[in-house]
Design a protein around this ligand. Sequence first.
Ligand code: PMP
Length: 297
Amino acid sequence: MAYYHNNTIIYLNGVFVKAAEATTDFYSQSLHYGYAVFEGIRSYRTVTGETKIFKATEHYDRLKNSALALNMPYSWDSNELIEATYEVLERNKLQNAYIRPVVYAPANMSFNPNNESYILIAAWEMGLFLGEKLLRVMTSSFQRPNPKGFRIEAKASGHYVNSILASQEAKAKGYDEALLTDMNGYVAEGPGANVFFEKNGKLVTPPAGNILPGITRATVIEICQVLNIPVEERLFTTDELKQADAAFFCGTAAEVIGWQSYDEVTFPAKWENTIGRRIQLAYKDRVTEAIKGELVD
Ligand code: PMP
């Protein structure tokens, strides 16, 4: 897929430049060691025709917290970056877009800290997805990084080697996506999404600690509060997940996407009749601001 063309504009350290003409330092600690942090954000065309970045503050606050967790200098203000992001969207005539800010390090082949960091914000077209196609998911042979070895709550570039390995393995085996366990063998998350399962009218999701606690996950929990759907945050095994009525992934890119099967087990509930489907529709209403009032941020 082409992420940019000759006229695409990115935000780079305070200025708007053509992506095709932008340069970076090949001696950056980020390129060599995966020492960078990033965000995945989406904007949507709302029902009134405006462009709205969904949960912009939450994403930029997380970017800052990720950088600080990795001891990266961080001098930006979330509001300033949100404004720059709207300008990137505007300059590229994007409404439904995926937005990718990256905070990266200077040239430094040592492991010493740096005096400054750099930032880029890119965006490309990404339509509202909310796919009807259900996923076939397999248990990965890879586990999520041990939180004692990484700042697992940070969205750090280097962590995504683990995600790439897991996702590639699942696809090579004919599945759509992987599900990873934590270092103790409990269900953790997908390569780029959090997981929920439904059992007897209740939802269950892994607690914070060994996962990236997603902004979409928090939105799902908020929707459940509004809809009076009970949610438990607790550890569970792959065996318990196989006894579920239904399951879904959620994340900024994936939105809310149902599962057809997990390993050898096909879920008994029809997706149309699940809590996940109700949440999928409520999520769509939130991002497009179809519902005003308490359902909208
Ligand atoms: N877990 C991982 C490993 C992810 O990469 C993502 C995507 N950022 C998520 C969960 C979901 O997070 P969010 O809802 O904030 O996009």
